[in-house]
Design a protein around this ligand. Sequence first.
Ligand SMILES: Nc1ncnc2c1ncn2[C@@H]1O[C@H](COP(=O)(O)OP(=O)(O)OP(=O)(O)O)[C@@H](O)[C@H]1O
Ligand SMILES: [Mg+2]
Length: 298
Amino acid sequence: MLMQGKDDNKEKWQNSRREACYTLSIEGTVTVCNLYERKCMSHHRVELKDVSFAYPDGHQALNSVSFLLGHGESVGVVGANGAGKSTLLSVLTGIQFPQKGAVRVGDLPVNKNTLAEVRRSVGLVFQEPDDQLFMTSVYDDVAFGPRNYRLDQEEVDKRVMEALEEVGIAHLKDRPPYKLSGGEKKLAAIAAVISMKPDILIMDEPTASLDPQARRKIMNILKGFSHTKIITSHDLDMIMDMCSRTIVLKNGQIVADGNTVDILSNEKLMEECGLEIPLALQNCPVCGFDKHREKNHE
Ligand SMILES: Nc1ncnc2c1ncn2[C@@H]1O[C@H](COP(=O)(O)OP(=O)(O)OP(=O)(O)O)[C@@H](O)[C@H]1O
Ligand SMILES: [Mg+2]
């Protein structure tokens, strides 16, 4: 059932990427009026108001979720397996539509009519790269977005090579994505989003299955991205490094939303939500050194 859902998502996303491109090509280009509106609106804002979502089999994955992210905020979304993190991101990007509540990206409500416009400003890296990569070479997957912005070949090539170099996989550009390792696929999926230069960056488990150097590279890319970003992860040390604000989900509900260090150092809260405080905040197992409060250490 879950696999079926994932296949549905993949198809929906791929179709919607094509739909977004189709909309662009029939519009010719974004109109002057649209450009003006896009400039005026707070297009880095993200808002969920009382959002509830149940899957077709009746499973309630999100329950009355509300938050508002302002321009430039860097937010971690954490929670145990099945807490609703990926579902939250799919609702935010219009892959699923909630049965109740409202989602806004920039000044636009997220619905079928606004989807193409919303997708032009939001870059989503899927938890499963196989849900995102569908071309016959890594190059073509990373070029997909820029090509559909009707950029000329020189600019497309520049963006693709820059993105591939940034994530460290330029040498894989001619390989078919399905022949890559899990970590390499993840990096290709991240490059495919970076090449589109989104206003808002959303990443579902960006460091999962990456080696330490690749993880550091992705963290540097995230640090360099100054607009709004939303990152889900079980890598709580990365969340601590990247995100000033953290939202904790449990059984599809927000149980905490606030300062990252305050939240991630709250042992009771972490335990109740099936999490552990990040290594960087844990006491030394040998001498008991409290890294967080920096006491007891001679
Ligand atoms: N297609 C589906 N149909 C029915 N239930 C689903 C479907 N996809 C996910 N779920 C359920 O919705 C809940 C939330 O799933 P979700 O994938 O959002 O969790 P998550 O927090 O991202 O977990 P993880 O950390 O494992 O990635 C889970 O209980 C999951 O079993
Ligand atoms: Mg998930």
